[in-house]
Design a protein. Structure first.
Lengths: 272, 265, 276
């Protein structure tokens, strides 16, 4: 009787180890290659079209020291959080309100869904016209962009709550408010958190884009102002910092989510 | 009537991969040996979890063995190394799995024609053959339906004729009728025997249902519990053509059933 | 309510459903009238300077369509969105297939792709305008890069969703690698790719519009910005309505194509009605 499988196991295990090693090396290699390509491209394209990575790095350092970078970041973050809070509040409150009025919900639903199709960014000039050039138009933009995913998630979550649980709660005498709080809220928490994971980074992006169009502070303003002054290094700096900011927030959210929901099977939802 | 040995299995053994640092896994199959004669309908019975599906997977070359040999038409098949496996052994071994595995994006007809497409044998004759088989199992009129539009029994039939259509010398069947209701199962058993009678293919049919094994097979092997090996071999001399619905009334049924049942415990 | 009544008579039940849906339609019509009245009310209250009236918007829209102006700008935006979509989506859909046999490369790329997906691509708009000018290229580039990452992950999920039993079945029947890729991997991935298309589509139009808002001389985003700068709210509304129409058009096209291509998909709601 020939024994094949112990050799197979050993082969399999060493192959897995080699693979992990190769992947890590490959990632570092690709990262380095991209940086090198950036440098080469910047040298080739000239200072107008591309900023040298070293210059960008220096600008980040100098702006950090002078405090202007921190100022811009703070402004952007503040706006994002404020807009996020507004959008979230309405996005959560509205479905709960609508829950008590099914007839109204059915009547209003198609219009809400149709309004999803309106590109919110296109509303910014209108907001500027109506609300001035301060924070207001940006808050409206962020608020709206956060509102929709949260609203849809909470709305769908409430709809999907098991009727039996609600009926059981009614039977034992729970008030509507109690039902909302206990049964429904807990059932829709996972949907809500998924929406949050999407909405928070989106709030920051939206703030930055809003700052392209209006205002005199913030990361978006920094980028657009640099562009208008043909300060390519400034444009690159702003983009690098903005990207890093959003990625950090993303990663933090993913870690938090994994930590708090460690008992859940991980759902790989790539859908937005 | 000297029957030629088509498939020979010698000392087959299998255990699944060890987890690093743990005890070696138990043997699923150990020293399993049997032969399959040409034109024979061989049924294999065994309790659930006795490695029946694993055995078929190894025979069909989609899984490796840990030891032993398999010879098809006197040619040894490579079964030790996963890299050298040849699934289906160049289309000599057909395999009707437990799940129907129909391609959801193909119509019934396209699914039945699939092996012919892949083997580049699609022509007028083979198409006619496919149509004939579709009619033979009562799927006429459903050629343009997608699998999700068919009932479980119809999907089973389609998956059955999908293997029959390219005529492999030996066909493995893994409890193909297990998930169906009794009525449909009996109907399909009759259809299968009828089709088998037309060409007298060699079939290895695995089931946990002793009645089915007796109704269909020329010979029945009994597998022991883990580790599986051949616990017994029973010749079935109930004459053909068999009456499936009335098989249990046949005088030879009861003693055969008893003998097999005792061994299956 | 209806959920608690159990009527044995199927005709009664159907009638009840019909009555219910008629009432809902009536309600929805009522809401529409209320919304329009509200709009008109706001317009009267604040003056058409601040809020263009519904009628004003309608007439201006009609004039704009007749003169071809709206269509001209709309087609410009549509062109940016469509070209950018194709340039971004096609490589993104093809990449997971090409890398299917090289899981190491996919793994190496993964953090970069995730980073690209999470990064705010729209923040690149000023950079692309710097590079390509205020013409159509900068918008196409922005749309392409936005769409790329979205479709990549959907296609990747589609390729990964491969059912190994189907592959085994095909191999037993003599399929080689090319056959498996063509008959099993690709058709199985198409629904996922279409989901990616559907998600990316509004982003393509949105991206084009945003880039136009920042800097352009044609397109619906440009129209919005121009009208706003001229304090012409009616013009802004007209451009917004046109933009929304394009989004709906895009959604509709994706749906139509998907329905044709994915006839084979089980539709749980329909199957239950048809009975088995």
């Amino acid at each position: 009787m020939t024994m094949h499988e112990s050799e197979l196991d050993r082969e399999e295990r060493s192959r897995v180890k080699w693979r992990k090693y190769a992947v890590t090396v490959g990632r570092i290699g690709l990262g380095v290659a991209l940086l090198v390509a950036w440098k080469v491209g910047a040298d080739a394209a000239g200072p107008l079209y591309a900023a040298d990575p070293i210059n960008v790095f220096q600008r980040i350092v100098s702006d950090s020291i002078s405090g202007s970078l921190l100022r811009h970041i703070t402004v952007t973050l503040r706006l994002s959080v404020e807009g996020f809070a507004i959008g979230c509040t309405f996005g959560v409150a509205l479905p709960f309100l609508l829950r008590r009025m099914p007839r109204l919900t059915r009547a209003v639903e198609p219009y809400i869904m149709a309004s999803v199709g309106v590109p919110k960014y296109a509303l910014v000039p209108l907001f500027i016209l109506w609300f001035g050039i301060d924070d207001a138009p940006k808050l409206w933009l962020v608020g709206l962009l956060v509102f929709y995913p949260v609203f849809i998630a909470v709305f769908a979550g409430i709809r999907n709550v098991d009727r039996n649980l609600i009926n059981m709660a009614r039977v034992v005498g729970a008030s509507e408010a109690m039902i909302s709080r206990e049964v429904i809220w807990n059932a829709l928490l996972p949907f809500f958190f998924t929406a949050l994971k999407i909405a928070l980074p989106r709030a920051v992006s939206a703030t930055i884009i809003g700052e392209f169009l209006v205002g005199n502070e913030g990361l978006g303003y920094m980028i657009e102002y640099s562009r208008q002054n043909f300060d390519t290094t400034g444009v690159f700096t702003g983009i690098v910092v903005a990207t890093a900011l959003v990625l950090v927030i993303n990663t933090a959210l993913v870690r938090l989510d994994r930590h708090f929901n460690a008992w859940r099977p991980i759902d790989r939802d790539m859908a937005l | 009537m000297a029957a030629e040995v088509l498939l020979e299995v010698r000392g087959l053994s299998k255990r699944f991969g060890n987890r690093a640092g743990r005890e070696p896994s138990p043997w699923v199959i150990q020293e399993l040996s049997f032969v399959v004669n040409e034109g024979e309908f061989l049924t294999i019975v065994g309790p659930s979890g006795s490695g029946k599906t694993t055995l078929l997977n190894i025979l069909a070359q989609i899984d490796t063995a840990s030891g032993g040999e398999i010879c098809l038409q006197s040619h040894a098949a490579p079964i030790g190394n996963s890299k050298s496996l040849k699934p289906g052994l160049a289309c000599k071994i057909g395999y009707v799995t437990q799940e129907d595995n129909l391609l959801p994006w193909r119509t019934t007809l396209e699914n039945v024609l699939f092996p012919l497409t892949v083997q580049r044998r699609l022509n007028e004759d083979t198409r006619a053959q496919a149509q004939m088989l579709i009619r033979a199992v009562g799927l006429a009129g459903f050629e343009d339906h997608y699998p999700h539009e068919l009932s479980g029994g119809m999907r089973k039939r389609a998956s059955l004729i999908r293997t029959l259509v390219y005529d492999p010398p030996i066909i493995l069947m893994d409890e193909p009728f297990g998930a169906l209701d009794a009525q449909t199962r009996t109907q399909l058993q009759e259809d299968l025997l009828r089709l088998w009678n037309l060409g007298r293919k060699t079939i290895v049919f695995v089931t946990h249902d002793i009645v089915e094994a007796i109704a269909l097979g020329d010979r029945t092997l009994v597998l022991s519990r883990s580790p599986a090996s051949v616990a017994g071999e029973h010749r079935n001399s109930i004459p053909r053509p068999r009456d499936i619905r009335g098989i249990m009334i046949h005088p030879e049924f009861a003693p055969l059933y008893q003998r097999i049942r005792v061994q299956v415990q | 309510m209806a959920t608690w009544q159990r009527t044995e008579d199927p005709n009664l039940a159907r009638l009840a459903r019909l009555a219910g849906s008629l009432r809902t339609r009536g309600d929805q019509l009522l809401v529409l009238i209320v919304l329009l009245a509200l709009w008109q009310g706001l317009s009267l209250a604040f003056g058409t300077y601040w809020v263009g009236s519904p009628w004003g918007v309608l007439t201006r829209l009609g004039k704009g369509v007749m003169s071809g102006e709206i269509l001209r700008h709309a087609s410009y935006t549509l062109l940016e969105a469509a070209a950018g979509f194709l340039i971004g989506a096609l490589p993104a859909a093809a990449l997971p297939f090409a890398l299917r046999r090289l899981p190491i490369v996919t793994a190496i790329l993964d953090p970069f792709m995730v980073g690209g997906y999470g990064a705010p691509k729209l923040a690149l708009a000023p950079l692309f305008i710097l590079w390509f000018g205020i013409g159509i290229e900068s918008k196409i580039a922005l749309v392409a890069i936005t769409v790329f990452f979205i479709v990549y992950f959907s296609a990747l999920a589609g390729v990964r969703a491969l059912d190994p039993r189907l592959v085994q079945m095909a191999q037993v029947m003599g399929a080689n690698e090319r056959d498996v890729a063509r008959h099993i991997v690709f058709p199985g991935a198409v629904p996922h790719i279409f989901t990616g298309f559907r998600i990316a589509m509004p982003y393509s139009i949105g991206g084009a519009v945003i880039a136009e808002l920042i800097s352009a001389n044609r397109g619906l985003g440009y129209l919005v910005q121009l009208s706003a700068m001229n304090f012409d709210t009616t013009g802004v509304f007209v451009a917004l309505v046109a933009t929304t129409c394009i989004v709906f058009l895009g959604n509709w096209s994706v749906n139509v194509v998907e329905r044709r291509l994915l006839r084979w998909r089980p539709r749980p709601d329909l199957d239950m009605q048809a009975g088995s």
